[in-house]
Design a protein around this ligand. Structure first.
Ligand code: C2E
Ligand code: MG
Ligand code: MG
Ligand code: MG
Length: 282
């Protein structure tokens, strides 16, 4: 019977499954090798975060890139093993280097947001590591913000609590990413010292199409105001979305309408454009 089944439609699923497993294994090997070899093929981009009223850059989010796959594929893949700890550590160090390079270029970016994986909070003294790095690179930790997702806070092990406590002591901000998509977003705000919530792209994308999504955005903004939280809307692409958010007094935003994630040199150019005067024009 098994042989017969193999010759039927099941074979299709078998092949695609084994292809997926092969790709996964291949990418995992390649990523491990990259991290062992000076992180060849990996780099960081910075996506500007803007004040929605003035459209001025007030910060940036670090988004990792790899020449073999997109982050939606390789970040979860890394999260399936110890690779995420190596990758996460590389991202932290590079982020601080970027901030140092910006400082050296006279660009004093007020804040840099770094995505942390749940595994980094659960299995590592990641806050201690960040402390080491800020000392080494001479960065004021209050310029840093850690973006975490709901799943990272749901386990609430001793290690997670300790990391969050130390981030707070260092003055490093905590942002709740993909806000509104999880199961317990509101109770997390009650239990953890979060200063920033990031309205998930799915709500922003639905502006003009879904009254429910618009009401949820208004609700998050009202909550933000009454709790003294900063709110960042993610994935703003159109003028209509921007106009809605400005009218609703959403303070901060990010999205292709303002800027895509940019490599450091392009980010610098973008900053110089906005801030006009450069050394050369004197
Ligand atoms: P995220 O942290 O929620 O990041 C926001 C995603 O939205 C990014 O995708 C960004 O490029 C994308 N985006 C920004 N503006 C727009 C827009 O206007 N339209 C659309 N369609 N998309 C927009 P990206 O860079 O592909 O990253 C996807 C996810 O991968 C991130 O979601 C995050 O969960 C993860 N990730 C990316 N970089 C890192 C990292 O350095 N560390 C960790 N742990 N995870 C990362
Ligand atoms: Mg993020
Ligand atoms: Mg997000
Ligand atoms: Mg996301």
């Amino acid at each position: 019977y098994a042989a017969k089944e193999n010759k039927s439609g099941y074979a299709f699923f078998d092949i695609s499954l084994s292809q997926r497993v092969r790709r996964r294994n291949m990418l995992e090997l390649a990523l491990r090798s990259a991290l062992d070899h000076d992180s060849k093929g990996l780099w960081l981009t910075l996506q500007p975060q803007v004040d929605l009223q003035t459209e001025q850059i007030v910060g940036a989010e670090v988004l990792v890139r790899w020449d073999q796959a997109g982050p939606d594929e390789f970040v979860p893949l890394a999260e399936g093993s110890d690779l995420i700890l190596l990758l996460g550590d590389w991202i932290l160090e590079q982020s601080l280097r970027h901030l140092q390079e910006l400082d050296q270029a006279g660009i004093h970016l007020p804040r840099l947001s770094i995505n942390l994986s749940a595994a980094q909070l659960e299995r590592q003294a990641v806050a201690e590591r960040v402390h080491e790095l800020v000392v080494h690179y001479g960065i004021d930790p209050r310029r840093l913000e850690m973006e975490i997702t709901e799943t990272a806070l749901m386990s609430a092990t001793e290690q997670v609590r300790e990391n969050i406590r130390q981030f707070r002591m260092l003055g490093i901000g905590l942002a709740l990413d993909d806000f509104g998509t999880g199961y317990s977003s509101l109770s997390l705000l009650k239990d953890w010292p979060v200063q920033v919530v990031k309205i998930d792209t799915s709500f922003v994308r639905a502006i003009g199409e879904s009254e429910a999504a618009e009401s949820i955005i208004r609700g998050i903004l009202a909550m933000g105001r009454s709790m003294g939280l900063q709110v960042v809307a993610e994935g703003i692409e159109t003028d209509e979305q921007a106009a809605f958010l400005v009218a609703e007094q959403c303070p901060l935003g990010q999205g292709y309408r303002y800027a895509k994630p940019l490599v450091l040199t392009l980010f610098m150019e973008r900053w110089q454009q906005q801030n006009g005067i450069t050394q050369d024009s004197k």
